[in-house]
Write a protein that binds this ligand. Structure first.
Ligand SMILES: [Zn+2]
Length: 345
């Protein structure tokens, strides 16, 4: 499913575009960086800031006859460590300009502070949804390891939806596709009908709509915006676009994006029904209780499984099928018909 990291770049179907698979040591497998040869030598996404990833990137670029030092522009799709980790190093080594979404720029420029704020938000969200203290501790240990190596990077070009980035002979249209993260940015070559998507839509891997800290200043976990709702809207927007090739952050470039997206959207309903089934059978329940019932052995992914369940609860609330009950410091969910009874008890 995923290419294993190699020391050579792989040519893609688009002229002058190379895929370089970089090691992550993560469950999702290698992460892709893409080299675009044009008047401005451009790299899309940076990989982790590890010696292994940097040497794979260096070797991959060299296999195309170019050098890491020659990179002039670094485009970033979103702020996850496997995509932005080495951005500061690459920019320092090559002098490349860095372009990222305007919402992502302040995060990248203050990475330590942003990671602390993100962790604090996630801890509050986990607490209010019933995650156990030891699971929260384990989550924080994992996050610290992940963010350990990150270095802040200055963003030279702050992008917004609709912008164009000129690489010389081609220009890339910037589109905002929040959902997997709040800053997901895709880049479209409208002539070649190719889209660099980061983790927005992946072949053979289901993208998680992560319940991350919103970047609009609302940090009250009780009024969390729905990442899954945003993600569904973003997928529909991408499906409406004519595309020949998609260049994903993980896995190989693929065609037929409408089928892939249709399958993703269809796969949501059974999960929504499963969450509803748990509520009908055993509600009121916390989101954590539902996540543990669905994934009893995924304590390595406490936050992701919680995010998935919260997303489906959002969809159920939208349909008037589920509601929140319980105390201010511990949210439980019930089906709407049970909610009245729970409030009275
Ligand atoms: Zn990601």
């Amino acid at each position: 499913m995923n290419p294993s990291p190699a020391s050579e770049a792989t040519p893609t179907s688009a002229a002058g575009v190379w895929q370089i698979a970089l090691p992550t040591g993560m469950r999702a497998g290698p992460v892709n960086s893409y080299l675009i040869e044009d008047e401005t030598l451009t790299l899309v996404d940076a990989g982790l800031n590890t010696p292994e990833s940097l040497s794979a990137l260096t070797a991959g670029i060299r296999s195309t006859g170019r050098r890491l030092e020659d990179i002039e522009l670094l485009l970033l799709t979103h702020g996850h460590p496997d995509h932005i980790g080495a951005a500061a190093r690459i920019s320092m080594i090559s002098g490349a300009r860095v372009a990222a979404h305007a919402l992502l720029a302040p995060v990248l420029e203050n990475l330590g502070e942003s990671a602390r704020a993100e962790n604090a938000y996630r801890v509050r969200l986990m607490e209010i949804h019933g995650v156990e203290a030891d699971a929260i501790e384990a989550f924080l240990r994992h996050r610290r390891r992940l963010h350990d190596r990150e270095a802040p990077v200055h963003v030279d070009q702050r992008l917004v939806d609709g912008d164009r980035v000129s690489l010389g002979t081609r220009s890339l249209r910037v589109m905002f596709r929040p959902g997997h993260s709040w800053v997901d940015t895709v880049f479209v070559d409208e002539i070649q009908q190719a889209m660099w998507v980061g983790d927005h839509v992946l072949p053979g891997i289901t993208t998680t709509a992560v319940a991350a800290r919103p970047l609009d200043g609302n940090h009250d976990v009780r009024t969390r915006p729905s990442a899954l709702r945003a993600y569904v809207e973003s997928l529909k927007a991408t499906a409406a676009q004519p595309l020949d090739w998609v260049f994903p952050g993980h896995g190989d470039p693929f065609q037929g994006h409408r089928d892939v997206i249709e399958r993703r959207l269809e796969a949501l309903e059974p999960r929504t029904q499963s969450v509803l089934g748990h509520l009908r059978k055993g509600g009121p329940l916390t989101a954590r209780q539902i996540a543990k019932a669905i994934w009893p052995r995924r304590d390595d992914a406490v936050y992701l499984t919680l995010s998935v369940v919260l997303g489906h609860l959002d969809l159920l609330k939208d349909r008037g099928l589920a509601t929140e009950v319980g105390r201010r410091d511990l949210i439980r969910f019930a089906t709407v018909d049970l909610a009245g009874a729970a409030r009275r008890s």
